[in-house]
Design a protein around this ligand. Structure first.
Ligand SMILES: [Zn+2]
Ligand SMILES: [Zn+2]
Length: 350
């Protein structure tokens, strides 16, 4: 077994502290990644604090993992020692069910082994995430990272990146599409970068007027303060696609009404309470309301390759792992532009 340093919470109301644990030995199809950076996703906070009621403790969060391949199993073909690799939201699945066969392993019908707060395929062995010095993962569930210039800023692509890239592709956003991005946080800022890079005309909707300059800097063409009812009304029936990245309570109908004929709004944020949808918001203009959850390995690799080609990374603020509690508080307040990334060297040297 491989002795590993991590940073863990022991209970929902506990503070993070050092946590030593063991990773499995490198099997024939496994690679060992020495973790260099790990992004801080809002879902880390929900789970560390048991806000979704399904937390397993002790918990080592983190599913935006990048680092260097230190060792490979004898059957590994995709990686060699010294390569850069990433791990996203899951580390295993059955590989044979209908959804795995359709390259959406995140919805595996047998068991999707999530990177943390989950179990391996035996449904017993707990999984520990990227707030740690190393991880052992099957090569089929690791991503190749070719653009290594700004490795820390690539980490958030593994969750925030694929979460926004996947629906933009699925709903065929492209040259000339009129796209709305609702909410300019960790997800939204990636949505803007992707939609702009795909040639769309992009409008950012935000409750805070202070984000206009940032939205424009990220490449958005228009900015709307969503509290301004008149401005919202004036945009009725104009959008092909709206990506809703907001996890706070908000009125879906106000955005659905902005969709033109056959337009789609896709949800990627998770507000705590269900939101009412008026049937007429959908019936008018034959609109669709959709959802999208991260992305499979194939799509995630495509997204990383696309980012390398287009020079797209996340906007980040680097922290030492000892600052994680403060980073959580600031993430909750939306006081980060746009993703905290942990420098894992701060854990190795702790
Ligand atoms: Zn995430
Ligand atoms: Zn499966």
């Amino acid at each position: 077994m491989l002795q590993t340093k991590g940073y863990a919470v022991e209970a929902a109301n506990a503070k993070f502290k050092n946590f030593d644990f063991e990773r499995r030995d490198v099997g024939a199809n496994d690679i060992l990644i020495e973790i260099e950076f790990c992004g801080v996703c809002h879902s880390d906070i929900h789970q560390a604090r048991n806000e979704w009621g399904n937390s397993i403790f002790p918990m080592v969060p983190g599913h935006e993992i990048v680092g260097r391949v230190k060792q490979i199993g004898e059957a590994v073909s995709k990686f060699k020692e010294g390569d850069y690799a990433g791990v996203g939201c899951f580390v295993d699945s059955c590989g044979t069910c209908e959804t795995c066969q359709a390259d959406v392993e995140q919805f595996c019908q047998v068991h999707c082994a999530q990177t943390y707060n989950s179990t391996e395929m035996d449904e017993k062995t707990p999984t520990y995430g990227g707030y740690s010095t190393q991880i052992v993962v099957k090569e089929d569930y690791a991503l190749k990272i070719t653009d290594t210039e700004n490795l820390a800023a690539i980490a958030p692509l593994l969750c925030a990146g694929i979460t926004t890239y996947s629906p933009l592709r699925k709903f065929k956003v492209g040259e000339g599409s009129k796209v709305g991005i609702v909410g300019l946080g960790g997800l939204g800022h990636m949505g803007v970068k992707f939609a702009v890079s795909m040639g769309a005309d992009v409008t950012v909707f935000s409750t805070s007027p202070s984000k206009e300059a940032d939205a424009k800097k990220l490449g958005a063409h228009h900015f709307v303060v969503s509290k301004n009812e008149e401005e919202m009304k004036a945009l009725g029936g104009q959008f092909d696609f709206i990506l809703d990245c907001v996890s706070a309570e908000h009125d879906l109908n106000a955005y659905l009404n902005l969709l033109r004929l056959d337009g789609t709004m896709c949800l990627v944020g998770v507000p705590e309470k269900p939101a009412p949808v008026h049937a007429f918001s959908l019936i008018q203009n034959n609109r669709s309301l959709a959802g999208s959850g991260i992305g499979g390995i194939k799509d995630t690799q495509e997204m990383l390759d696309y980012c390398a080609e287009k020079g797209i990374t996340s906007d980040i603020e680097m922290i030492n792992i000892q600052d994680i509690e403060n980073a959580y508080e600031r993430t909750i307040k939306g006081d980060v532009r746009y993703r905290f990334v942990i420098d894992i060297a701060s854990l190795k040297n702790a």
